[in-house]
Write a protein that binds this ligand. Structure first.
Ligand code: SAH
Length: 595
């Protein structure tokens, strides 16, 4: 009778989470070999099998016994919890076989049966923390030098992997988890979400969600898996979620995607992909290579926050990155740019960015490189960004509101005032829910930033000309904040003076003689800026919202990504029955200059 080794992972420990193949394999075995606790866990599945259970440090004798029995013709099940190939018995079984000169062709048959490993079962209980690149690290230094474990923790944390710590702590090994936390904190924010799962899918299951700096306040033991989020990971309603990056291309708040299906995989829509980042260096000659590399590195930094935070706008980073490059170009030492290596230039660009963005950039000795070259490491940071104003009509901040803004911005936040009746707040490593609650409680109006609709009203002569105020507020409530192909502003002015410049916005509305005048398609920026085309006068108050809703809907659903409203209006020709008319342009002769 031919023997067989069945190396079985039986999952986290509950009957529902054992695979059918694992059950069948246990059933067809003559002998079950395993750690005492594991044998107890699968007790319910045992019928006729002989049991060989041993203690903790008996893995080698267990493996040797299993091989011996199989060679004698027995079907032997070697059981591990989770997956047998993840810190389980599969590797050791093969190692013992290798020592004996075993070959698959003529040796005993071996079948490794996969199971649900602790990283998977724990992640499922926590939400979706390992949606992006993740790794497992065992903190057990019984068989692995601590120096190597520490190096791996450092590298994984520096490279922004989600990390699942196995064997985090035992009665004797209590310092390892403290050290691991210390190393990870060098790279990650103290408020990085951490999930602590004890006895997943077993009787004493306990799930805890905490942060990197507080993780040691919780009970961690032999049966615990600790999952540490990456720089994008967030907690929502008791779940840890790591974004996959969909926010880079898709909007999750609308059925209407900015990119049509056929555009989604185009290289111009993936500026972060390998292909795109390599291009400048390949296309251009040696002289511009250093610049290309600088741009490349800057782009890496520039994109760090995008999927970390829904309301992050890549333009913010891009503008900053360009500034950083410009600072280096125009610095007194600029003439030496050509003398410096691409790596030096990139490092310099990063340091400049670091100062302006608050991103922390580190260097480390690359372990894989014999010459130990200095490489930049990126530490990601989330930046919460939102627009704040005292109201749609009210233009006055109270001193208390200003104090609150300063408090919330803190040392590292940014408060920027814009030409659009808004202040933009940018807060690194913020907890958005907490901030928005405080701002709203102080009576401030919050708006997302980016390609959204903003209603920009006048102050209605300090509230004296108040007839149209309810309409402005209704437009904001019903239309404001929605995502569009490009940022769009509806200017709303309460009298014919239109002194707040409604006619110069993408869509202008001027209240006059009990009705509304409508202007469409102003070109709001550039040297050829012009006012909107006057398309209607005296729109009845109850028709205003429906008309605007239809115009916006047409723009939202048929505008190209990044297409400004005036371009859209010109391209489609007619919007909601209103025809586009060419705006008169004046050509100015170049000034004559002396020879
Ligand atoms: N082969 C197993 C891992 C064995 S190492 C697997 O793939 O899951 C033992 C470690 O696994 C424990 O210290 C703990 O970190 C983790 N672990 C195993 N079972 C677990 C469970 N039910 N809940 C949480 N963590 C578990």
């Amino acid at each position: 009778m031919a023997g067989k080794l069945l190396v079985i992972g039986f999952g986290p420990g509950s009957a529902e989470h054992i695979t059918k193949r694992a059950r069948d394999a246990i059933e067809e075995s003559d002998i079950i070999i395993g750690y005492t606790t594991y044998v107890e866990l699968i007790q319910g599945l045992l019928t006729h099998q002989e049991i060989v259970s041993t203690g903790m440090t008996e893995e080698v004798s267990r493996a040797r016994e299993a091989v011996r029995q199989a060679e004698q013709g027995k079907k032997v099940a070697v059981i591990s919890s989770g997956d047998a190939g993840v810190y389980g018995m599969a590797g050791l079984i093969y190692e013992v076989l290798v020592e004996k000169g075993w070959r698959e062709a003529d040796g005993v048959e071996v079948e490794v049966i996969p199971g649900i490993s602790a990283i998977n079962s724990s992640a499922a209980l926590l939400g979706a923390p390992i949606m992006h690149d993740a790794c497992t690290i065992s903190l057990s230094d019984h068989l692995t030098p601590w120096e190597l474990i520490a190096k791996r923790i450092d590298a994984a944390a520096g490279a922004d992997f989600v990390i699942a710590l196995y064997n985090p702590k035992s009665g004797r090994r209590t310092r390892q988890i403290v050290e691991a936390q210390r190393i990870i904190l060098k790279h990650r924010s103290p408020d990085t979400p951490v999930g602590i799962v004890k006895s997943a899918y077993r009787d004493r299951q306990h799930v805890e969600i905490t942060t990197l700096d507080r993780m040691l306040d919780h009970d961690i033991g032999m049966l615990t898996t600790v999952i540490i989020g990456n720089a994008s990971t967030f907690v929502y309603d008791g779940k840890i979620i790591t974004p996959r990056g969909y926010q880079r291309k898709y909007t999750l708040t609308s059925d209407n995607q900015p990119l049509k299906p056929y555009e989604r995989l185009r290289s111009e829509n993936e500026p972060w992909a390998l292909e795109a980042t390599l291009k400048p260096a390949v296309d251009q000659g040696r002289g511009t290579e250093s610049q290309a590399r600088m741009d490349e590195h800057v782009r890496v930094v520039g994109s760090t926050g995008i999927d970390s935070e829904q309301q992050m706008e890549s333009g913010v980073h891009t503008a900053r990155a360009n500034q950083a490059i410009e600072t280096i170009r125009t610095s007194p030492a600029a003439h030496t740019v050509a003398d410096r290596s691409p790596a030096q230039l990139a490092q310099e660009a990063l340091s400049t960015l670091q100062r302006s963005l608050g991103l922390q950039v580190e260097t480390y000795d690359s372990p894989s490189n014999e010459t130990s070259c200095q490489q930049p490491l990126f530490r990601q940071e989330t930046i919460f960004e939102c627009a704040v104003s005292p109201g749609i009509v009210n233009k006055k901040f109270t001193p208390q509101q200003m104090i609150l803004l300063a408090e919330i911005a803190g040392e590292r936040g940014e408060i920027e005032y814009t030409p659009h009746h808004q202040i933009i707040l940018r807060i690194p490593n913020a907890e958005p829910a907490n901030i928005t609650r405080r701002l709203e409680e102080a009576g401030l109006l919050l708006m997302p930033v980016g390609d959204v609709l903003q209603v920009k009203a006048c102050d209605f002569c300090n509230g004296e000309k108040k007839d149209a105020i309810p309409y402005a507020e209704e437009l904001h409530a019903r239309l404001g904040g929605q995502s569009l192909p490009k940022e769009l502003r509806i200017g709303f002015n309460g009298c014919g003076m239109a002194c707040y410049g409604a006619v110069k916005e993408d869509i202008g509305i001027v209240y006059r003689k009990g009705g509304f005048d409508l202007f469409l398609g102003a070109k709001t920026v550039g040297r050829s800026a012009h006012a909107g085309v006057p398309v209607a006068e005296g729109i009845k108050p109850d028709e205003l919202l429906p008309v605007l809703t239809r115009i916006i809907e047409q723009y939202r659903s048929t505008g190209f990504p990044d297409e400004r409203f005036h371009k859209f209006f010109k391209r489609v020709g007619v919007v909601e029955g209103f025809a586009y008319r060419e705006v008169a342009t004046v050509t100015i002769e170049n000034a004559v200059c002396g020879e």
